[in-house]
Design a protein around this ligand. Structure first.
Ligand SMILES: N[C@@H](CCC(=O)N[C@@H](CS)C(=O)NCC(=O)O)C(=O)O
Length: 246
């Protein structure tokens, strides 16, 4: 039987500059020390080859070329599980109960990304404040969950897939903090400590390009949302072309 890391050939991650779902796959690949190529597309002008192979029209896709065959895997959670099954350096716990808990909190991470999207898209101040409270309540739950953990990572002393999911979640707050003090993570010391540890992890830092902060700020400014109105046009002049989707 081949070793796990011999079971897959060349891997290509089809990406977008801002996508947090792409980032979690990139973090997993980096943590596993699996070489991969990254192809970045413009979601506002999707190439025909991408439309042909992406059933939901979304990134990330993982293209696996092995034994003369090409397989396209879509949906980030499925990509993460595929990498767990085919590559070494496991990022899921070995115990089935712990694994179920980790998978559930990955799902919660995706729900949190949706809540973040509603927060930065809210069109009125009232809606913005409601979304801010909803997000804060989600991080309260996370704070409770972390109370039983030793840290610095979600599962204790080993970096895991839940960490790969929350690195990109917390990255949004670097942009939000530059815009204003919304207090969403206030009074949540365990969440704050986890955010800090994740922001210093090489795989998390390297999952985006150096111009990510300007791109995200430009994207948020262009939403025409309540949050957009709070963004000063200071560094927008030098921002790269508009991205349509985060
Ligand atoms: N459930 C999907 C969500 C991926 C997703 O929403 N990707 C966004 C970019 S972050 C996308 O490709 N949107 C398509 C578009 O903007 O047309 C996953 O986990 O992979």
């Amino acid at each position: 039987m081949p070793a796990k890391n011999e079971m897959t050939g060349k891997l290509t991650l089809v990406s977008h500059h801002l996508c947090p779902y792409v980032q979690r796959a990139a973090i997993s690949l980096t943590e596993k020390r699996v070489p991969f190529e990254r192809v970045t597309i413009d979601l506002a002008d999707k190439p025909d080859w991408f439309k042909a192979i992406s059933p939901l029209g979304k990134v990330p896709l993982l293209i696996v070329r092995a034994n003369g065959k090409e397989t396209v895997i879509f949906e980030s959670a499925v990509i993460l599980e595929f990498l767990e099954e085919t590559q070494g350096n496991p990022l899921h716990p070995a115990d089935a109960y712990a694994r179920a808990r980790h998978r559930a909190w990955i799902e919660f991470g995706s729900a949190t990304l949706n809540a973040i999207g509603r927060f930065y898209s809210a069109s009125t101040e009232a809606a913005f404040l409601a979304e801010s409270s909803a997000l804060s309540a989600m991080f309260d739950r996370l704070e409770n969950e972390l109370a039983d953990q030793a840290g610095p990572w979600f599962g204790g002393d080993r970096f895991c897939l839940v960490d790969a999911v929350y690195g990109p979640v917390f990255r949004y707050f670097d942009a939000f903090d530059r815009i204003g003090n919304f207090g969403i993570l206030d009074g949540k010391p365990l969440v704050q400590a986890w955010r800090k540890a994740l922001s210093e992890r090489a795989s998390v830092k390297g999952a985006v390009a150096p111009d990510y902060p300007q791109r995200l700020r430009h994207f948020l400014r262009a939403r025409n949302s309540f949050l957009s109105t709070l963004i000063q046009p200071d560094d927008l002049a030098s921002a790269p072309p508009l991205a349509r989707s985060a």
